[in-house]
Design a protein around this ligand. Structure first.
Ligand SMILES: C[S@@+](CC[C@H](N)C(=O)[O-])C[C@H]1O[C@@H](n2cnc3c(N)ncnc32)[C@H](O)[C@@H]1O
Length: 260
């Protein structure tokens, strides 16, 4: 009798083990295909970026001309920049409001803000982006303070903004070089830091415009907004292909809960 019970429980355990093993294998395969797909996408983006830079040095967006250096995010190749320009115009900036363009790239969003009358600071971690944004600000005859910095680290805690805009990178891959910093955010580490640190730099009634893509995990991003003390709405959204939509979020401090 004991032998029969032992044999059948052994069979049962083996069955469960095999099921778990195949489950893990399936999950692993899914993860691998996902990361492979992202790597292929990154290669395509990088090739497009570098091919474009060999053909043209400038782009036109909304009737405005911007120079784009080879190593700098090209706002014409990605719909997120144009959607952010529209979002800035729609949200409106009154003159003398303080605005911050985080990750300015070519400077397109900072210049749009400055032309709306805001006093603007623009930040980028990429040295070439800072050079490029300065060149474009000069060409557009707007006065913008453009600084090289890793997020807010260059700012003392005193700067308080009415509006912060960030067209943030979102591919879940480790960045390989300066250009990759414009498109990759591994494990949403940059998003997490930005959501935590911006509390100290935004006025209590200030707003953030943050773009994100459905290519990354939107549910997780929205959970992170909540967990970091932000109220949010989907301010604008555009389907750019069968596989991807860009969403511009409008974030405000959630004063009902204490921020981290
Ligand atoms: C998607 S691009 C957006 C460029 C531009 N704002 C636009 O809309 O066309 C993101 C930018 O963020 C910058 N960036 C990435 N990590 C950063 C960090 N830790 N601190 C500051 N800028 C960063 C990149 O160099 C890149 O220029």
């Amino acid at each position: 009798m004991a032998m029969i019970i032992f044999a059948s429980s052994l069979r049962y355990m083996v069955k469960i083990y095999v099921k778990c093993f195949y489950g893990r294998l399936k999950m692993l395969r899914k993860d691998l295909t996902k990361s492979l797909r992202l790597k292929i996408l990154r290669s395509i983006i990088r090739s497009l970026q570098f091919m474009y830079s060999k053909i043209r040095k400038d782009v036109f967006i909304d009737g405005e001309r911007y120079n784009v250096l080879e190593n700098v995010f090209n706002p014409k190749l990605f719909c997120s920049s144009e959607l952010m320009v529209e979002a800035i115009k729609r949200i409106g900036v009154s003159s003398n409001e303080m605005a911050l363009d985080m990750g300015t790239g070519s400077g397109i969003l900072a210049i749009t803000l400055a032309k709306q009358g805001a006093r603007v600071i623009a930040i980028d971690i990429n040295r070439d982006a800072v050079r490029c944004a300065r060149m474009n600000a000069r060409n557009h005859r707007v006065d913008i303070d453009i600084i090289r910095s890793d997020l807010f680290s260059c700012l003392g805690k005193k700067k308080l903004f009415d509006l912060i805009v960030f067209n943030i990178p979102y591919l879940n891959l480790k960045p390989k070089d300066a250009f990759d910093l414009a498109i990759c955010d591994y494990r949403k580490e940059l998003l997490q830091r930005f959501l935590r640190e911006s509390h100290d730099y935004l006025k209590d009634n200030g707003k953030i415009l943050l773009s994100y893509s459905t290519l990354s995990d939107i549910d997780e991003a929205e959970r992170m907004f909540r967990e970091n003390g932000w109220r949010f709405e989907r301010f604008m959204q555009r389907d750019i292909s069968r596989f991807e939509s860009i969403i511009v979020y409008r974030l405000e401090k959630n004063n009902e809960i204490t921020s981290p």
